[in-house]
Design a protein around this ligand. Sequence first.
Ligand code: SAM
Length: 249
Amino acid sequence: MVIWLQIVVGLMMASMGGNTIGSGGEDYSGPHQAMMFSIHADVARNRQVLGRDHLSESVAVAMAQVPRHEFVPIGLRGSAYANNPLPIGHGQTISQPTIVALMTDLLALGPEDRVLEVGTGSGYQAAVLSEVLTHGQVFTIEIVPELARTASRKLAHLGYRNVTVHSGDGYLGLPEDAPFDGIMVTAAADEIPPPLLEQLKPGGRLVMPVGGQGETQWLTLVSKDLEGEIDRRVVLPVRFVPLTGDHTK
Ligand code: SAM
């Protein structure tokens, strides 16, 4: 019942949003709806990830709202709503929509939370977080300056006013804006960067893929309790590009 309600709400949002018309008049509402069906089916099939068979309502609505075609290269817009990762240049990718939805949901965010994303890439995940945080703030940091610049312009152009894009090495986090209620890392490393654990608020959650390139990487959920104790849960095997920067040298 809940899942059908979500699909109906998602389809309504995708068709009402007005975000699904491309600049050349292309109508992406059909592919966007198909993407929502595919995400809901994946979430139901992998119910162990969230401990339920459906997305939270705020995440489902966000996924149905954000115009993914705006965040992929123009030549790939026809595939923007395939439930796949896609190249965005500089050897980087925009993540698979199901993974974006699951990682967002795992953070269990409230509307007023402050969240750090490491790995802005295209800006798509930041836009999804922005929709969930209706009264909160998204800080996102990208190590490839050109990607940071493009994402920043795109997010501003689309009206995502509660997102701040930084250019730099996200391994170090953003100490000046810490602490964060949630931290999401969208590139894989062998270990969770200690500065990020420090910048997580007591009661907060961090999600990131852990593992090397060519090894199985595990999407890992870290919870920090009110006493500052850390609990780790391995959730799902995934494949992400590497977290780069000085820590790898
Ligand atoms: N979240 C992105 C989106 O919605 O398009 C997709 C992220 S892509 C899978 C991973 C991104 O992490 C790449 O853009 C890459 O340049 C960036 N990255 C890798 N290492 C980083 C680091 N140390 N600090 C910040 N960004 C990093």
